[in-house]
Design a protein around this ligand. Sequence first.
Ligand code: NAD
Length: 489
Amino acid sequence: MRPDPELVKPMLIGETWITRETDALPSINPATSEVNYHVSTSTKADVDMAVASARAAADEPGWRTMQAHKRARLLHKIADGIDANSDELARLQMLENGKVWRECQSQVAGAASVYRYFAAACETLGSEVTPARGDYLSMTVYEPYGVVAAITPWNSPLTMEAQKIAPALAAGNAVVLKPSEVTPSAGLAVARIAQSAGVPSGLLNVVTGPGATVGRELVAHPGVRMVSFTGGTASGRSIAGAAAQRLIPTALELGGKSPHIVFDDADLDAAITGIIDGIFQGSGQSCVAGSRLFVQRRIYDEVVERLVSRADQIRVDLPDADGAQMGPIATFRQREHIEAMIESARSDGAEILAGGYRPQEERLSAGAFYRPTLIAGLSNDATAVREEIFGPVLCILPFDNEDDLVGQANDTAYGLAAGIWTADYRRGWRIARRLQAGTVWINTYKQLSISTPFGGFKDSGIGREKGLSGVRLYQQSKALYWQLDSSPE
Ligand code: NAD
């Protein structure tokens, strides 16, 4: 069933769903260019109300002193609600960013498991007794910041939002979520689920609208005590600047241009699949996409030939079509950006080995589709090789030896992820330790676990989400000293 294009979706402030028709933004289905519905744009007063509700909820003794196992129970209930509404959540994401159905479903399951992980984590982490240098007891206890602003991008809203809301609540905070204006509905739907799960009102608020207004107002709000942001590096830099003025901490998960490396002793069947999935899953709109491929010169021609054959066979289709491997680009604007980058590659003398154009099928003509694209013949300093394209575009470069490789791979502003394919485990270790990246995969790619901390080096970010330390990201430590000497001097 088609959603109602006239509908204006409300946002959640405290316990109230509020609709703002003025400046409401259309949600566009990138597979068809149809308007799905409209979504409210928060006013500054709405942001103030959301932060005030969050502040009151965070200060509420019932929440501040809630025992960890009870907080965990709430997170489990949210997870159960996500599972129970999985088709609806997957569909909302598919309508808004065009990810293929199978991937949307697996991201819903992933989001539920994030809530369960942090439910367990909040019961696991405790206070610490630290070594004393005298007759006293010293302890470290961990306390929430209060109100956390969570700001998220459009490529994987379900998982990105779960990775912020679940640990922030587990840590005892209240959250104001500002989802991407492209994909606001997953966050709104999860907030409704949280309400039904009995999460006290005000602990999770969702304000919707553009980053340049609503996002900025949220970060600048004096009631917000911590900002957790995932998105582009330029936005991250601006948010970090605003937060620095206010002296509040930020966690920043930003962009990437990750090197994917194949040595001449690698298992090529596995490597080719890893490279293809590593760049083309999600139409390349993944922060960890392996978008710069370095191939040892001896096997360069063979690898290129096999990649071209695989890329040409990828089925680009409507996201809910049986067997679709790649849906559209999430927005028409993003496709324009990709096309501009391909033009820049062409003018720098690139050879386009596969793709480089919109698919020709009539049924895809109204959508923001783009063919999987392979580019060769550029040097490491060409714009298309240096800048994040955030689309289905792989730049392929040869290398001669380890020093040449590491020099090229690290010659980037980014440092989010990297992949290495080699049969020599000593070399895998050596190169992995030399690469400047927050995650390095050896003989695999895009393997991710909620229990493993994730984040970037250099311009790819500050801080680590996930893992037990993902709860600590949303807490500040406090030292307690207890005098034990009955007659202190
Ligand atoms: P974006 O930076 O344009 O927007 C992200 C969010 O920030 C949106 O909600 C937006 O409204 C808001 N925003 C933008 N400017 C803001 C400002 N000045 N103040 C407050 N809020 C602001 O990013 P995008 O285009 O939505 O997403 C794509 C980018 O996200 C890519 O660069 C990608 O690499 C990155 N990303 C990183 C990770 C990671 O974990 N490192 C994961 C997914 C996506």
